[in-house]
Design a protein around this ligand. Structure first.
Ligand SMILES: Nc1ncnc2c1ncn2[C@@H]1O[C@@H]2COP(=O)(O)O[C@H]2[C@H]1O
Length: 256
């Protein structure tokens, strides 16, 4: 059986039609919880049973607290939130702390919570129905992971926010039947310094990083910051690359 990854949001910011990072995997699994989640119908929100997070930055988790509050009365089982121990610690300390938002891991009671955190270690696969989700190494300003999603038909990799690096490519190069590489390029080359400081890619560093990749799947560019998104994608498309490459589109569905 094939799996479907629906792009709810793939922008590095907001404004107009831009939505920040979120993907719906097979109707019941959310990958990151950026503002794209807010476009789902209530019935679609109610179907979400699992949430996998790349990292704790706001553009990737903004809708998680709102999702929990919107479905709490209508669900009879918890939503499972998978992340590394460090990311869970950040969320507990800075979001679900009864100050910014209630602690839904104890609501309505600690015995029957609306949210259950599940620690997932780097490289540890978790299989849910047809799909296996594995966190891969990423390098960002806060603890972060990338993900591979694998079905019987093949895999898709999502870089999350990262400057990539040798560990990331080693993991990606080991995957068989890679169908698509979704990789960020947040900034244009004129913001190279900011990209380095914020541990994001820009077109020239993307080109360097891609030289470590041994695969030939389609490359889908995500997380463009809105102010220079057109310039950034033009710079990416002008790279002398060996792979098919294009911008990831909000609303598209990737089958694998
Ligand atoms: N010095 C900085 N370090 C990290 N992030 C920065 C910095 N200056 C601005 N930012 C922005 O803060 C944003 C936080 O989310 P992002 O990592 O998507 O992208 C980051 C940048 O756009």
């Amino acid at each position: 059986m094939s799996c479907q990854l629906r792009v709810l949001g793939c922008s590095g910011g907001i404004g107009g039609d831009n939505r920040t990072t979120a993907f719906l995997l097979n109707q019941n699994i959310l990958i990151d919880a950026g503002t794209g989640v807010g476009d789902l119908q209530l019935s679609e929100l109610l179907a979400i049973e699992h949430v996998f997070l790349t990292h704790a930055h706001l553009d990737h988790i903004a809708c998680l607290p709102l999702l929990l509050d919107s479905v709490v009365g209508a669900r009879t089982s918890p939503i499972y939130v998978y992340a590394t121990a460090k990311t869970i610690e950040l969320l507990r300390k800075h979001i679900f702390n009864w100050l910014i938002w209630p602690d839904f891991s104890t609501i309505p009671s600690a015995q029957q919570p609306s949210m259950v955190f599940v620690e997932q270690e780097l490289g540890q696969p978790i299989t849910l129905g047809e799909v296996t989700i594995t966190p891969l190494p990423a390098v960002h300003t806060v603890p972060a992971v990338a993900f591979s999603f694998t079905s019987s038909q093949g895999s898709v990799v999502f870089s999350g926010d990262t400057i990539a690096g040798p560990d990331f490519w080693q993991a990606v190069n080991q995957l068989d039947a890679l169908k698509a590489l979704i990789i960020e390029t947040a900034f244009a080359d004129k913001e190279h310094q900011l990209a380095d400081a914020a541990k994001h890619l820009c077109p020239s560093t993307l080109a360097e990083q891609l030289s470590h990749w041994r695969g030939n799947a389609e490359i889908l560019i995500t997380h463009l910051k809105p102010a220079d998104s057109e310039l950034t994608i033009q710079e990416v498309l002008a790279l002398d690359h060996l792979h098919p490459i294009r911008r990831l589109l909000q609303g598209e569905i990737i089958e694998f």
